[in-house]
Design a protein around this ligand. Structure first.
Ligand code: ATP
Ligand code: MG
Length: 478
C-alpha cells in the first residue's frame, strides 16, 4: 500500500536506527545529494540598516542631544504651556539654526526638518514615541529597553528603527506620561497603567523589575473602531455569523468573547455592541476605557488602582456593584479577570440579560474553566456542580477570537452553552473557521462554516422576529 511516509529508495538503504553514521570512507563532498530538510528554511533575518545610514543616525542623535540641551537652556519652560504650536516650532527652529551655525554643522533641508520635528516632539510630546503614535498603520508599540522598539502592523511584530538615547531618556518619557495622570513610577512602585492623551492604553515597568531596561507596552487607540462590516470585509467572520450574532445580541443572550492577548476581544465586543438597540441604557466598566459604543444612552466607568499609599482603589467589582443600582438594561465589562466574576454572573442571572464581557482563554471549554477558577479564587466556596450550573444558566454564548500565525485575527468559533449533563456543562459549536492549508506566502487558507448543528435559540430568535434560515448553519465545503 502506498504511504506518504514511505521512505525513498536511498533513504531506505540507510540503516534506520544507527545513531551515528559510519565514518565516511571518502571525502564528505562525494556524498550523494543531501536529503531535503523536513524543516522549513529559516526566515531570512530582517535587513540591517546600511552602515552609512547608521552613522548618519548616530550623528543626528549627537546633534539632537546638543540641541536639546541648548533648547532647555534657552527656552522659557514656564511659557511653554501657553505658546501656540506655530510659535514654539518657530522658536525651536531658530534656536536650532543658531546652534548648528555656531558648531559649523550643515544639514540638508530634509534632515533639518526631521530634527526640528524631533525636538518639538521631545519638548512638547513623547519624544521618539511620537512618530509611532502618529502612524495609523501601527496597532501596538512595545519597548524593550531604550534601544529596541517593536511595533505591530497587520498582526505582525517588527523591529522599528526608532530608539531612545538611553535608559534615562526612556525613563523621562515614561515619567512624563504617568505624571500627567497623577501617578508615579519608581523603584518602589515599578509598574504602572495609564492612558495617553489620545486614549491609548499604556503600561510601563521600570528597573530593577524590568531587568534590561524599562518595558513599555502601548495599545494604540483606534479613532474609528472596527465595526461589524469592517470585520466582515477583513475576513474576521462571515455574513452568516454576523446575522446570527445580530440575533443573539438583539434577543439579549449573555455573551462572553474569549481570546488570547491581542486577539481582538475588545474589538469584537465593541462591534457586537453595535447590535444593541438605541433605546437601551448601557453601562460599561473597564480598567482603561477602550470601548466606543455608538448608542446614545451609555454610562462609562473606569476602575482605579490604589494610589501610592495603597488608598483610593475602586475595583471593577465596586463599579459593577454600583452599576446594578444604576438601572442598567445591559452591563458590558471590558474584561473579567477577578472577583467581579461573581457579580457579573449574578447580573447575567438576575435580569440584566444581554450583558457581555471578555475573558482571557484559548477556547470555549477553557473559558468556562477560567470562570470556575475565578470564582474559586474569589473565595466563594461552592460545590463544583452548583458553580457550573450557575455558569451554565448565566452564559449563553462564547465567541472565540484568535490571532492566527499569519497575523490575521479571526472569530474561530461560536459556541452555545446548552445546559448541564450530570456534572458537566454541555455546549455545542454552531460556527467555526475551518483551516484548509497555507498559501505559498504563508497566509492561512480556510473558510467559515456552520457545523450543521441548528442553534438552540432558534425558537427564541423567531419569537423576537429574527427568523434565521436553517441554511446558515449548514456546513460549507472549501
Ligand atoms: N479583525 C481584525 N482585523 C484587523 N485588526 C484587528 C482585528 N481585530 C482587532 N484588530 C486590531 O488588533 C489590535 C488588538 O485588538 P483588541 O484590542 O481588540 O485585542 P484584545 O484581545 O482586546 O487585546 P488585549 O488582550 O490586549 O486586551 C487592535 O489594534 C485592533 O484594532
Ligand atoms: Mg482588550
Amino acid at each position: 500500500m502506498f504511504s506518504r511516509y514511505k521512505k525513498t529508495a536511498t533513504a531506505a538503504a540507510k540503516p534506520v536506527k544507527a545513531e551515528k553514521p559510519p565514518e565516511p570512507k571518502i571525502a564528505p563532498s562525494a556524498d550523494p545529494a543531501p536529503k531535503p530538510s523536513l524543516r522549513r528554511a529559516p526566515q531570512p533575518a530582517a535587513p540591517r540598516p546600511a552602515d552609512k545610514e547608521r552613522k548618519r543616525k548616530e550623528r543626528m542623535a549627537e546633534i539632537k542631544l546638543d540641541l536639546h540641551r541648548s533648547l532647555l537652556d534657552n527656552l522659557n519652560l514656564a511659557a511653554l504651556d501657553t505658546a501656540t504650536e506655530a510659535d514654539l516650532r518657530q522658536e525651536i527652529s531658530s534656536i536650532a539654526s543658531e546652534v548648528l551655525e555656531e558648531k559649523g554643522i550643515v544639514l540638508n533641508r530634509e534632515d533639518r526638518a526631521t530634527l526640528t520635528q524631533e525636538l518639538y516632539d521631545e519638548v512638547k510630546g513623547l519624544g521618539p514615541l511620537e512618530t509611532l503614535l502618529k502612524d495609523d498603520t501601527i496597532n501596538d508599540i512595545l519597548v524593550n529597553g531604550p534601544q529596541q522598539i517593536f511595533v505591530e502592523r497587520d498582526g505582525k511584530l517588527e523591529l522599528s528603527d526608532v530608539t531612545f538615547k538611553d535608559e534615562k531618556h526612556l525613563l523621562r518619557i515614561i515619567d512624563k506620561i504617568v505624571s500627567a495622570v497623577g501617578r508615579r513610577v519608581d523603584e518602589s512602585n515599578p509598574y504602572v497603567d495609564a492612558r495617553l492623551a489620545d486614549g491609548s492604553r499604556f503600561n510601563a515597568m521600570v528597573p530593577p523589575i524590568a531587568v534590561d531596561g524599562s518595558l513599555v507596552s502601548i495599545r494604540k487607540f483606534k479613532k474609528d473602531k472596527l465595526g461589524i462590516d469592517d470585520l466582515i470585509s477583513f475576513g474576521a467572520f462571515s455574513e452568516e455569523m454576523a446575522a446570527y450574532l445580530e440575533a443573539a445580541v438583539a434577543t439579549r443572550l449573555n455573551i462572553i468573547v474569549s481570546g488570547g492577548t491581542g486577539s481582538g476581544k475588545t474589538t469584537t465586543l465593541n462591534a457586537l455592541s453595535g447590535f444593541i438597540d438605541n433605546a437601551e441604557r448601557i453601562l460599561t466598566i473597564e480598567d482603561t476605557a477602550e470601548l466606543q459604543l455608538q448608542q446614545t444612552h451609555v454610562g462609562r466607568m473606569e476602575s482605579r488602582p490604589p494610589n501610592v499609599e495603597g488608598k483610593g482603589e475602586v475595583s471593577p467589582r465596586d463599579c459593577l456593584k454600583n452599576a446594578l443600582r444604576m438601572r442598567p438594561d445591559r452591563i458590558i465589562v471590558g474584561e473579567t479577570r477577578g472577583e467581579e466574576v461573581i457579580d457579573m454572573l449574578q447580573a447575567m442571572n438576575t435580569g440584566h440579560d444581554g450583558s457581555m464581557t471578555t475573558i482571557h482563554a484559548n477556547n470555549a471549554r477553557d473559558a468556562i474553566s477560567r470562570l470556575e477558577n475565578m470564582i474559586a479564587m474569589a473565595g466563594i466556596e461552592m460545590p463544583l456542580k452548583a458553580m457550573r450550573s450557575q455558569i451554565a444558566s448565566a452564559v449563553n454564548l462564547i465567541v472565540q477570537a484568535s490571532r492566527l500565525q499569519d497575523g490575521s485575527r479571526r472569530m474561530v468559533s461560536i459556541t452555545e452553552i446548552t445546559g448541564m449533563e450530570g456534572d458537566v456543562i454541555s455546549m455545542q459549536e454552531v460556527f467555526r473557521f475551518q483551516r484548509t492549508g497555507l498559501s505559498p506566502d504563508n497566509k492561512i487558507v480556510g473558510h467559515y462554516t456552520g457545523t450543521g448543528v441548528r442553534s438552540n435559540f432558534t425558537e427564541r430568535f423567531r419569537l423576537w422576529g429574527y427568523d434565521l434560515p436553517p441554511s446558515i448553519y449548514e456546513p460549507v465545503t472549501g
